[in-house]
Ligand binder design. Structure first.
Ligand SMILES: Nc1ncnc2c1ncn2[C@@H]1O[C@H](COP(=O)(O)OP(=O)(O)OP(=O)(O)O)[C@@H](O)[C@H]1O
Ligand SMILES: [Mg+2]
Ligand SMILES: [Zn+2]
Length: 231
């Protein structure tokens, strides 16, 4: 029994069921795509501030290196559907602090979400700390790890930032290795360069290298710190 009046539904056509039954046949309601997009965004962990990091508010004119990085990011978005299931389906931005690595990672995530592809944001440091704090809670541990291991696209922001312990590496290896075996895409940003990542952990690093073979960029030069140099 339904006690709601019409004004309490977000969609009066389907009464928020997202489908309409007509002569015994169910059709998706026109509100369904919108609801699915909202659901993807809710689950992504991407805040409204991050939602505003876009390609069209990214300025790439001031430096040829930045132009190149921007182009790789655009190429990745363009190619995504055709490479998603392949081994080479991920992208990695490395190097200079403040050079727009997170901005471009989010621009990609926002484009993909606009197309209905679910992305999960993982702030490396906070996430790893939280997992470690709850490592005795098996239910929490597995639920969190499974989210990162199995989401359609995982955005790892600031990989290996700060001091790193053996358990930090183990957590990242478990996630990256699972995604590697199952060809699940990752968008990675890190202020470390490739040789540093490989030195921290060759297992994590070499898998990322393989998965980001066509889409991997390292930005160098202090003058490319947008926070203090450009504008
Ligand atoms: N080319 C750009 N055009 C417009 N805004 C930019 C550009 N590059 C960076 N920004 C802005 O500058 C700030 C710093 O950029 P961002 O956070 O993406 O840098 P980062 O490379 O991820 O730095 P960190 O290594 O510290 O994480 C953000 O607010 C971002 O939106
Ligand atoms: Mg960043
Ligand atoms: Zn509806």
């Amino acid at each position: 029994m339904d006690l709601k009046v019409d004004s309490e539904y977000r969609c009066n056509k389907c009464r928020d069921m997202t489908f309409i039954v007509d002569e015994g046949v169910a059709f998706p309601c026109e509100c369904r795509a919108l609801r699915e997009a909202e659901e993807i965004l809710k689950r992504s962990g991407i805040s409204s501030e991050f939602r505003n990091k876009r390609f069209d508010n990214f300025n790439y004119y001031y430096d040829v290196q930045v132009m190149e990085v921007y182009k790789v990011a655009r190429d990745y978005v363009r190619d995504f559907e055709s490479i998603e299931k392949s081994r080479n389906n991920s992208i990695m931005f490395m190097g200079q602090v403040g050079s727009g690595k997170t901005h471009l990672s989010l621009a990609i995530a926002n484009c993909l979400m606009d197309r209905g592809v679910g992305v999960l944001y993982m702030g490396y440091r906070d996430s790893v700390i939280r997992i470690k704090q709850n490592i005795m809670d098996q239910v929490y541990y597995h639920r969190e790890m499974n989210r990162f291991k199995n989401c359609r696209v995982l955005l790892i922001d600031d990989l290996f930032k700060g001091s790193i312990s053996g358990s930090d590496v183990n957590i990242m290896f478990e996630i990256v290795n699972h995604r590697y075996f199952n060809n699940l895409p990752m968008i990675v940003s890190s202020e470390r360069c490739l040789s540093e990542i490989l030195e921290i952990d060759e297992g994590v690093g070499s898998r990322l290298v393989e998965m980001c073979n066509d889409y991997r960029v390292e930005i160098r030069g202090k003058r490319l710190n947008y926070r203090i140099c450009v504008r």
